[in-house]
Design a protein around this ligand. Structure first.
Ligand code: FAD
Ligand code: NAD
Length: 475
């Protein structure tokens, strides 16, 4: 007889594993099934984020930034180290070790919380049963009172740009290059294109980024996007906007890329080409015939605002459902669902999900852009503060960028906060908390910020919204 669980989670990425852990904390009997395998064939928990996304990319961003700073900044601090040389193998070993530690940590957390972990393929059968197929092909069926689908996403492939995993690659391959490509092409100036483009640029590649859309970072506040583009161009990222790739092909060990833009047709040759044009929900072999779970036109599992699929006691969370494909969004959905299953309160505030792009300068925002507020017709005010006026940023050799607050004129509510500059991803947390509690700019203005810290830039931007900034001109 198959075993009965209160909750079976399919997928142990940042949406699935928190769902499993929280459900276990809620004293439910939980199993989590995950099929992720690394290039060497080993199983690992953590999904895309820990194995091939957030964590390895941040490891390489950190290492490459230090390499770049050692080359360009140490001398101005009075530190003489000579010309730094790159040991890419060591850098990659560090990246792999961090990933191994973090993914091993999830296995340990499962054990500590009493989650039964299965490594293999999970498939939802009608009647809330989950079939698990192990690496050896052995099948087990788990009975479940509730099933949480958290199968994540996979990279979008372009039919005319055939992936070979060697020359034409996806972001996972591009995190594991064993040599620095002399010429790197990237299709897509989105988050992955900019982060990975930055890594390999800092390590010495000539980087060309081909972006189909004319506007740079259309989802970001455009003051910030313009500032970002200026910095990236200065760093040597050759971002070509409005560049439509017709095809790419491997010829003589290099990749020829044909694209058109406003100036006409072009062909460029690169040594590696990364396709980073978005991700799509992953549901391959997930749903057996007759489960009743519905997919929308784009392949996402249909859910309501509480991640219910419409089939009683079947839930879906993370990249496989609508909304931004972000680890922290998936985590909150997973936790919400686990609490709802236990009869507790659960909610995700989709209006205040922060976004961070881990380039240098870093970019982070929460809430509405100035363009969105303007389009809404609501009277608004804006305050901004440049990091050039921040003593701490100057001391860090990071006096670039700004913090910007967009707020309502009528009731002073903060509607959006946008930062480009040092540690923007950390600074945005204050804005997220403020907006979660519907804070006004006055609330932020009256909150004491330690001096000298980068957080003073957010404080001063809030003051500037009422032309009361102390440490910069009020415009
Ligand atoms: P995934 O992480 O994709 O996990 C799904 C898991 O389910 C996988 O392990 C998969 O193997 C498993 N699975 C799928 N189907 C089955 C099945 N049938 N049976 C068993 N197991 C199954 N987001 C951020 O917030 N911050 C970042 O800095 C960031 N950086 C990124 C960098 C890169 C290069 C990439 C590619 C993504 C990045 N993301 C980042 C996005 C982030 O990785 C995803 O939003 C997040 O991983 C989604 O979590 P998930 O649990 O929904 O899915
Ligand atoms: P993205 O949606 O961020 O960017 C894709 C870009 O490719 C867009 O600018 C799009 O206009 C462009 N594009 C699409 N088709 C094209 C084509 N045929 N030719 C040229 N350009 C084209 O997607 P991504 O960078 O692949 O990232 C995937 C997901 O992973 C995103 O949803 C993102 O949220 C997530 N992610 C997040 C982080 C982070 O939070 N720091 C980092 C990496 C990835």
């Amino acid at each position: 007889m198959s075993e009965l669980y209160d909750v079976v989670v399919i997928g142990a990425g940042p949406a699935g594993y928190p769902a499993a852990i929280r459900a276990a904390q809620n004293k439910l009997k939980v199993a989590c099934v995950d099929e992720w395998r690394n290039f060497d064939g080993t199983f690992a928990f953590g999904g895309t984020c820990l194995n091939a996304g957030c964590i390895p990319s941040k490891a390489l961003l950190e290492s490459s930034e230090l390499f770049h700073r050692a080359k360009t900044e140490f001398a101005s601090h009075g530190i003489k180290v000579g010309e730094p040389t790159l040991d890419l193998a060591a850098m990659q070993r560090r990246r792999a070790q961090i990933v191994k530690t973090m993914t091993g940590g999830i296995a340990a957390l499962f054990k500590a919380n009493g989650v039964t972990a299965f490594q293999g393929h999970g498939r939802l059968l009608p009647g809330n049963r989950v079939q698990v197929t192990g690496a050896d092909g052995a099948e087990t069926v788990l009975e479940a009172k509730h099933v949480v689908l958290a199968s994540g996403s996979s990279p979008v492939r372009l039919p005319t740009v055939p992936h070979d995993g060697k020359h034409i690659v996806d972001s996972w391959n591009a995190l594991e290059f064993d040599s620095v490509p002399r010429r790197l092409g990237v299709i897509g100036a989105g988050v992955i294109g900019l982060e990975l483009g930055s890594v390999w640029r800092r390590l010495g590649s000539e980087v060309t980024i081909l972006e189909a859309v004319d506007q740079f970072l259309p989802m970001a506040d455009q003051t910030i996007a313009k500032e970002a583009l200026k910095h990236f161009k200065k760093q040597g990222l050759d971002v070509k906007l409005g560049a439509k790739v017709a095809r790419a092909a491997v010829q003589g060990g290099a990749v020829k890329v044909d694209f058109t833009d406003a100036a006409g047709e072009h062909v460029i040759e690169v040594d590696k080409l990364v396709v980073a044009v978005g991700r799509r929900p992953f549901t391959a072999e997930l749903l057996a015939e007759g489960t009743g779970v519905k997919l929308d036109a784009r392949g996402f599992i249909e859910v309501d605002e509480h991640c219910r699929t419409g089939v009683p006691n079947v839930w879906a969370v993370g990249d496989v459902v609508r909304g931004p494909m972000l680890a922290h969004k998936g985590k909150e959905e997973g936790v919400m669902v686990a609490d709802l299953i236990a009869g507790l309160y659960g909610e995700v505030n989709y209006r205040v999900i922060p976004s961070v792009i881990y380039t240098a300068p870093e970019i982070a925002w929460v809430g509405q852009t100035e363009e969105q507020v303007k389009a809404s017709g609501r009277p608004y005010k804006v305050g901004s503060f440049p990091f050039a006026a921040s003593g701490r940023a100057r001391a860090m050799e990071a006096g670039q960028g700004m913090a910007k607050v967009v707020a309502a004129r009528d009731d002073d509510e903060i509607l959006g906060v946008h930062v480009i500059g040092p540690m923007a991803g950390e600074l945005i947390a204050e804005a997220v908390l403020a907006m979660e509690y519907s804070a006004s700019t006055e609330d932020l203005q009256r909150t004491i910020h330690a001096h000298p810290t980068l957080s003073e830039a957010v404080h001063e931007a809030a003051l500037a919204a009422d032309k009361r900034a102390i440490d910069a001109m009020n415009r």
